[in-house]
Design a protein around this ligand. Sequence first.
Ligand code: FDA
Length: 454
Amino acid sequence: MERIDCDVVIVGAGASGLTAATRLRDAGRSVVVLEARDRAGGRLWTDDVDGAMLEIGGQWVSPDQDALIETLDELGLETYPRYREGVNIYIGPDGELKRFEGEIFPVPPATEQEIVSLIDKLDALVAQIDPDRPWDHPRAKDLDEISFAHWLETQTDDEEARENIGMFIAGAMLTKPAHAFSALQALLMAASAGSFSNLVDADFILDRRVVGGLQQVPLLLAERLGGAVRLGQAVRTLRWHPDAPERGVVAVTDDLEVHAGHVILAVPPILISRISYDPPLPRRQQQLHQHLSMGFVIKVHAVYETPFWREAGLSGTAFSPYELVHEAYDNTNHEDPRGTLVGFVADEEADGVFSLSAEERKARILESMSHYYGEQALHPVVYYESDWGSEEWTRGAYAASFDMGGLARYGADLRTPVGPIHFSCSDMAGKGYQHVDGAIRVGREVADEILAAS
Ligand code: FDA
């Protein structure tokens, strides 16, 4: 067993852990980053699949994500806009395809009125929510005890309006059914992006991509940290001294023992309990980590010889709460002559298709995409399903959220350090929650917390 001594040991080489490590190293602290996988990046993973560069994990950057944008600038990475020229597609409950421009779907006028009214109500509520402290809202407990689906039912009888508004948070963001998370959790999701309107505006929330892929952020950060990043080192045990935090921690992998003054657990919160603690974490942490779970979504890439939908005047942007693929976009790489579509199959729909054979699943998913783009969508030259649910060191996608009542009950303690143990992850962020921007923000804040304490 090799022994290393440092000021701070960071568990997890995702965007959050690497940001914290960089900030601490820049402030003169010695750091070691222990990463379970044989690559840096966690949920950022840009890979070559059958000759196509695909963003298997996170990829989009929106204009308010200033922590991410600053990091991209620092690393010299360039961005380009998502292709969005032409008309969008919506498929309603009757299966009829409609073309539209702007953000509001082409629904019957009464439904449109309900959608606009729901967006206004949600924006007004979101304006009252501090994304860093949603539990401080005067009605936090009430809003956390009612599911988002139920809350929508209390607002309108119009099912199509509910389905559409529900989709923006359920299938598209938390990737859980709207009955499985609270109205408060939904408001946090919207507040973290500035407003509910921003979530509805694909041109805002899915604005730009990084030339060469977003995984370059963690890869370049890791490169700068050099030998301080140790890959293939899953932390199994953490030894600490609750009554003498100044004695620090020992992070133990199969090969290494890293002795440090502080540890940052920069892992998704659902994986915190994969580590054994000696002695155990306090009761509060043992409880609260059980009230978070990952959402689940399949990100599907289909690459074609040409972006054929553009010739038909389509932007590639397509939505339908009634389709297996509830949203899809033109995801063609920068200056790539081939055309790429990306679609998403979320929560119970994802469970459903994973009960099929790989061939049947592919056929069902492409059929759904063909409802938006026509027959040509059935014949991609490259096809790939991101399956984060079977990744041992992630276990779902995009991120973790609280169960009903959990946010008001435990949210305030999620990031509270326990002696020398600190927590950092996009899934614990306020602004930028569940996004790379949030991962970077929390990474910076946790590094500052340690610098202030030492
Ligand atoms: P992350 O999970 O990335 O890193 C944690 C690291 O800890 C991992 O590398 C893991 O292997 C490691 N680890 C876990 N347990 C360990 C242990 N015991 N010992 C050692 N290492 C351990 N965001 C966005 O901004 N725009 C987008 O378009 C998207 N889209 C998107 C699509 C898909 C399919 C996914 C899965 C995710 C997104 N996201 C996104 C979300 C974004 O990718 C995510 O929020 C951040 O990358 C999370 O970064 P973190 O560093 O917080 O965790």
